[in-house]
Ligand binder design. Sequence first.
Ligand SMILES: Cc1ncc(COP(=O)(O)O)c(C=O)c1O
Length: 355
Amino acid sequence: MAVIKANAYGHGMLEIAEASVSAGATWLGVATLDEAIAVRSKLSQNVPILVLGYVAPQYLPLVSQFRITVTGISLEWIQEAAQIAQQPFDFHLKLDTGLNRLGCKTVEEVQAAMKIISQNPNLNWTGVFTHFATSEDMENKTYFYRQLASFDEFLNVIPNRTNKIIHCANSGATLYHPEKPFFNMVRLGKALMGPPNEALKHLLPFQLQTSLSLHSILGLVKQLDAGEKISYGGEYTTTEKQWIGTIPMGYADGWHQQFKANAVLVDGKRVPIVGRISMDQIMVALPQKYPTGTRVTFIGQQGNETIVGDEIARTANQPRSEVFSSLSSRLPRIYMQDGSIISIRNAMLDSINLS
Ligand SMILES: Cc1ncc(COP(=O)(O)O)c(C=O)c1O
């Protein structure tokens, strides 16, 4: 399963869905019913789509209409769905083995859920799954193994599992615990877009290339005298004559204030962000004058210098997926294959004919 929720972690939901299915993914995973309906309506390939998160049972008619598979997140959800459903719908039963987010928590709940399912033909149970909390913790694997054992215990009380899809492994489990068979499906999100964790790159069973880079340009370059204040609040003051570049990107594009300590690349060199990041503009201190239009790299490579998503995540004390998934829809996405542009998506202008 290719997990393409949250705009495929900021990379672009439809493009990543299409590429993943073309590359062999047989399922797509999303977080919400809206995401599922968007993918079902716009994707030419016809693949099963699982909503991994909560779907209010009142929307079950849409679930059936768009042939979406949803998640039975609790006994209560199954009871409510059984009362509401007027037509058959597919769902996977979620088991909570220790993430304590979604899923039936006890064997008794699972047994009660299975009883309701067996009595209601509209509740078409097609799979069962759980989700790990610590699959990338290679120093202490105890909790990971405890969750796996708990999943096995749950499965033992679920009859008729033949032809059901049984899944538990995310990117970390799949790549860093390859000794485990992981039943008959794995769910990959992060791993679709590169090594899930730079620090664990050496454990990868095969090479993965990072797919995303983020670039802008210098929109304005000017020289300021010493003592000039830069950006809102005047938090930065020039100490000498300084070349300052203004970049047309800001926190509304997903480059948050917390990323301010990270340098950007200009002319193959790391240059610091100066002053507060504003909604649409970022200022940087340049070692010399550069022409307007000079490329600025926030994530990616210029010459011998590379900034990876993990570096941004580390300084901002965020998971890398949080950095990527908050890259906003205002940023145009350019999709490339073997060095050539294959498509450009500009969410703002998508439905406008600019001929
Ligand atoms: C239920 C579920 N499965 C799979 C994934 C994919 O995880 P990863 O990006 O670590 O592969 C997620 C992402 O958070 C998820 O919530």
